[in-house]
Design a binder for this molecule. Structure first.
Ligand code: ATP
Ligand code: MG
Length: 259
């Protein structure tokens, strides 16, 4: 039965697309291989439909945040669980900056050419990174599913409003120590370096800190993992210094984590 509905929906989308194609100007909506509101190309719409059909999500409530490279949607799962869909834009031109976090990582030796493939690989990489950390018991968002450029995870926050990150929160010594513990757990348990560890990418929840945005995380074998680790330690140290906390020397933290 679903196959029939599938075919109907696909053919409906296709017929809408070709209608739009025949028009001289495009008011809004689909145009073949183009994106709607800079987000939803046809493949992404079909992925959302597949996610609903396979009962990973029940429906999508709407956009929570839209950035240069991804848009975050608030969705609801079958058991009324709140989910976050991070939809990577396949039309982005910013992606070239990301190859530095992939080339040299032993997990991603074969990289297909083309922006779309790079975006899919990046999304998969983020999912793998989150999953590895989650399986190691590190405080990261719970991963649920990956399909091409759509990453499904638990929604951290309430009523469609994301939890505050560290920058938006009052912080204390315990947050500093938890941040360092996360960096060292990433290193020791998951063999990863985050690469973009900062006050922007850590939620402060009532149960402690929770890390997210792990697309840039690299394997320790990555040729720049040491530089990335130093930078992560420096970033978070600077943040807590700005907040008036007494911090440890970043070089000592680095030595301790890598010894
Ligand atoms: N699982 C989640 N639950 C709730 N909100 C989330 C979740 N993941 C991300 N967000 C929200 O979406 C924003 C962007 O997510 P993220 O940091 O992963 O993407 P990004 O690529 O860094 O985007 P940007 O460049 O806009 O910061 C976060 O700052 C956060 O507020
Ligand atoms: Mg971020």
């Amino acid at each position: 039965m679903f196959d029939d509905i599938d075919k109907k929906i696909e053919s409906k989308i296709n017929s809408e697309l070709s209608k739009k194609d025949r028009k001289k100007t495009l008011d809004d909506g689909f145009k073949k291989n183009k994106v709607v509101n800079e987000v939803l190309d046809k493949t992404t719409v079909l992925i959302l439909y597949d996610l609903i059909k396979s009962k990973i999500i029940s429906y999508v409530n709407g956009v929570v945040k839209s950035g240069k490279e991804s848009v975050l949607f608030w969705a609801v799962g079958p058991e009324e669980t709140n989910l976050a869909l991070k939809v990577y834009l396949t039309s982005t031109s910013n992606f070239k900056n990301r190859s530095q976090y992939m080339i040299g990582d032993p997990r991603f030796q074969k990289i297909k050419k083309g922006t779309k493939n790079l975006v899919y690989l990046w999304a998969k990489k983020e999912f793998q990174n989150i999953s590895k950390c989650y399986d190691c018991g590190i405080n990261v968002v719970k991963p649920i599913h990956i399909s091409k450029n759509v990453l499904v995870m638990e929604f951290v926050g309430s009523n469609g409003r994301p939890e505050k990150n560290l920058l938006e929160s009052d912080v204390a010594e315990i947050d500093y120590h938890q941040s360092l513990k996360i960096i060292s757990d990433l290193y020791d348990k998951a063999n990863l370096v985050h690469g973009d560890f900062s006050e922007y990418n850590i939620f402060k929840t009532k149960n402690g800190l929770k890390l997210f945005d792990l697309g840039s995380a690299v394997d320790l074998e990555h040729p720049h993992s040491t530089d990335f680790l130093k930078r992560d330690i420096n970033n978070i140290t600077n943040f807590f210094v700005k907040r008036g906390l007494t911090v440890e020397n970043p070089d000592d933290i680095f030595e301790r984590i890598t010894k």
